[in-house]
Design a protein around this ligand. Structure first.
Ligand SMILES: Cc1cc2nc3c(=O)[nH]c(=O)nc-3n(C[C@H](O)[C@H](O)[C@H](O)COP(=O)(O)OP(=O)(O)OC[C@H]3O[C@@H](n4cnc5c(N)ncnc54)[C@H](O)[C@@H]3O)c2cc1C
Length: 511
């Protein structure tokens, strides 16, 4: 008897291993076919026209990461015995068509927290069900499901501290359940020995050619030229290698695992002290359970070696970052209005100055403040930016240049390889002080930040090679003599004056 066919719809879970929706499908039947839909509504979207610069909603760097990850994923499906169908169009129309062509009884996928995706999924599910097909949708992209935690009053969490404590307790409970197949956190292996569909059934479907070599899939062109500089590597295999290098060190005893010194290393943009797994977690070439298992294995190794306190503390700080990721995702799930604007209503009335010229200078790394410009050049050239610098440039745009944080949010989405609505919106609202963070007003002094976290100006010199000759002191302070500038711009603003100006404007909206 032929086993029933299922479709598995990949979205932000571009891997075969530890993919909970796919594993559920493969437990039910060996006849599983993968689908990925390139949706022009997403790919061709633009930031609102009110934001200068005609910004694309999807960064070229993300298209590169997506394309390369899909290429590897298609290979993995073939190796597992079946195939991945890549199509371009509206999922609401395409998925019922594919399901009908293959005679699929069930279409499975993993749920998302973003408002657009949730609405789309509802429409797709309705269309499939109208055709008599079953839909199976569960959580995969978080260790702790968004509905699982609530405050004592039964509300979703709005403050990270108590969320983290509750999240940590829940993670411990889940760990005790063992395999992810039974609700635990132990990652699942990739399915094997799948049964392919009859290729003639695909004849009338607009399946895109799985281009050999480096050519892009049709319908997925990009002009990203920074792939060699980007620390995030596409594909499931590279994510595993990055995780291993971060948690256990490079093979052959080359470098100590950065995870063990993360507490300090995470703040130094001139060093590779973080995992650079953000794009892998965003696109799901790595699962959160795999990331968690990496840190738990590091804990065991440290404990077996006599357990240095600092190393264990560092591991915990990294786990707290994984919890920040989940905090922002559950916040977006429960408060979708976060995507529309400031969480704190008084910020809707903030009198932004919104100078398009200043915004353009900030985006291009031409503000005359070296730490800001170095960070923006890192973003523009590599598609990624260090977290410390994200906080510093965000504060600078909002509190020194007095530009609406939503402009910065859109500018980041237009360039970041890991651009993710929940994390990016959370980071910008945190930096703008318009979000859930209980601290009323946070202003970073860029010179102080540079002196503290890039004391030898290594990061600044790396990304601003035209300033290599300038003294470290001047690079950090930004006070570079005109003759030394050699074409590098004079500072756009004075931090002290702008800080006073911002505070005066803030006083007008303070409740
Ligand atoms: C203004 C601003 C915008 C940001 N935009 C994004 C974004 O679009 N996408 C994104 O993934 N992160 C974003 N972040 C969070 C953070 O900067 C990146 O996750 C981090 O720099 C990625 O580097 P890494 O993988 O080496 O992180 P690590 O330090 O190794 O941390 C491990 C993982 O934890 C998660 N994480 C770490 N810090 C945060 C955080 N503050 N918020 C949410 N998740 C976190 C990421 O998935 C990261 O890969 C933003 C932060 C700010 C201040």
């Amino acid at each position: 008897m032929t086993p029933p066919r299922w479709l598995f719809w990949h979205r932000r879970d571009l891997r075969l291993a530890d993919n909970l929706g796919l594993a559920a499908a493969a437990r039910a039947t060996a006849a599983v076919t993968g689908v990925f839909v390139l949706d022009p509504t997403i790919l061709d979207a633009q930031a609102p026209a009110t934001i200068p610069g005609a910004l694309p909603a999807v960064a070229p760097a993300r298209l590169w990461f997506l394309q390369e990850s899909l290429r590897e994923l298609a290979e993995s499906w073939r190796a597992a015995g079946s195939r991945l169908l890549i199509l371009r169009g509206d999922p609401e129309q395409l998925l019922p068509r594919v399901a009908a062509a293959l005679g699929a009884e069930v279409v499975a996928w993993n749920r998302d927290v973003e408002p657009f995706a949730r609405e789309r999924d509802r429409r797709v599910a309705r269309a499939l069900q109208a055709d008599g097909r079953k839909v199976l949708a569960g959580w995969d992209q978080l260790l702790v499901e968004p509905e699982a935690l609530a405050t004592g009053a039964g509300d979703p969490y709005r403050v990270y501290g108590p969320y983290w404590r509750s999240w940590r307790r829940r993670v411990e409970q889940l760990e005790a359940l063992g395999s992810a197949a039974s609700g635990g956190l132990d990652p699942l292996p990739a399915p094997r020995s799948l049964i392919d569909c009859d290729p003639t059934a695909l004849a009338d479907l607009p399946v895109l050619g799985q281009a050999p070599g480096k050519a892009p899939f049709r319908g997925l062109q990009h002009d990203f030229s920074g792939s060699d500089l980007c620390p995030c590597r596409p594909g499931e295999a590279a994510a595993q290698q990055q995780l291993a290098a971060f948690c256990t060190g490079l093979e052959g005893g080359g470098r100590r695992a950065p995870l063990l010194t993360y507490d300090e290393g995470r703040n130094l943009p001139g060093e590779a002290g973080t995992s650079a797994l953000s794009a892998a977690l965003k696109f799901g070439t790595l699962s959160p359970r795999q990331a968690w298992t990496g840190s738990q294995q590091a804990r065991q190794t440290v404990a077996a070696l006599g357990g240095a306190e600092e190393a264990l503390a560092s591991i915990q700080v990294w786990e707290q970052e994984l919890a920040w990721r989940e905090f922002y995702q559950q916040a977006l799930f429960h408060f979708p209005e976060l995507a529309e604007g400031p969480y704190r209503p008084q910020w809707r009335a903030f009198p932004w100055e919104n100078s398009p010229e200043r915004f353009a200078a900030w985006r291009e790394g031409l503000t005359g403040m070296p730490i800001i410009d170095a960070a923006m050049r890192q973003l523009n050239e590599s598609g990624w930016m260090h977290n410390r610098c994200r906080m510093v440039v965000a504060s600078f745009l909002v509190k020194d240049l007095i530009c609406d944080w939503r402009w910065g949010e859109a500018a980041f989405m237009a360039r970041l390889v890991d651009g993710d609505l929940a994390a990016n919106n959370g980071g910008w609202q945190w930096s703008a002080s318009s979000g859930m963070d209980p601290k009323p007003l946070r202003i970073f002094n860029p010179a102080t930040q540079a002196a503290k976290f890039d004391p030898e100006a290594r990061y600044i010199r790396h990304w601003l090679p035209e300033l290599k000759h300038v003294s470290t002191r001047d690079l950090l302070s930004g006070e570079i003599a005109p003759l030394e500038r050699r074409g590098y711009p004079a500072p756009l603003v004075n931090h002290k004056l702008q800080q006073a100006r911002f505070k005066a404007l803030y006083a007008t909206i303070k409740a």
